[in-house]
Ligand binder design. Sequence first.
Ligand code: BGC
Length: 332
Amino acid sequence: MKSTVEPIRQYELTTATGFSASVLNYGAILQSIKVPTESGLTEVLLGYQQPQTYLDDDAYMGAIAGRYCNRIADGLFTLSGKAYQLSINSGAHHLHGGTHGLSHKYWQLEQSSESSQSITLKTFSPDSEQGYPGNVQVEVTYTLQADNKLIIDMKATTDKITPFNLTGHAYFNLNTDHSSAINHHLKVYADKYLPIDDSGIPTGELLSVAKTPFDFRELSELSAHVNDDSPAVASQKGIDHNFVLNDQSESVTLAAELYSPQSGVHLKVHTNKPGLQIYTGNHLSGDFEPYQGVCLEPQYYPNSPNQSEFPECFLKPGDTYHHQIIYEFLNT
Ligand code: BGC
């Protein structure tokens, strides 16, 4: 019998030093990043060996999440007096673009560089898909640089105003043996965070991180934060919160650093978006253990379509959404 499942294609990017990445045409997934270190190449991402495994993955492992990553309360928002109902896939809410978001679509190869250091994938999301207005064209380019930087460049256009918010949902584990990432040290360039209700929806306040488990202003070990017994952390089984980045300009700036004392691998994440969701892999299961990977997800704030005081997340006809994420690995 002929299989109805399209095969997933895997593209390898590599530099002369061995710094390499693997990208799939399904979900524009970043399946692997290998970083050159003194002890050889270190795999710094959680990923599945078999591309087909991603078809049933509900952890958004390595994917580009959208059309609106993170949560929209009750999947509802209103634009020019018209209410839009999005698909509901996380409790009462819309998460990461819904039941069949961009993370669960096949993307087309637009171009790959002859030097194998860059690849562009594109996809199309028609008007009304998952409830969103507008025909949206999306393009994502992954580029490796010789100085151990991986650049994710995301662009999109629409023919109707629509909320739009993409992120890279890679789970980092910088330990050579991929043992729990709870030993990692994290620094976030944020003096404020967004408190949430138990279902993950921001209350609308921007609170200081001082004297809270969300104070990552200096590099500090994740375990103390994840195991904090305050209701804000315990209700999420760890960190699953959005941080208000200190630099709110549209220029690409340093947002966070992650470091493994076990391997010495040190990651810096840069972005031009105003928020950073830190998710400590609280619900990982199956092939992975809870806290085995850490997501550092630059984005607009969750539920922005319903919070007029949050930074503007609407993409308008004639404008181009542009989000750049840079993962920079320091020489160790
Ligand atoms: C969200 C989590 C969610 C996870 C997997 C993260 O980006 O913040 O709440 O469980 O993605 O879907």
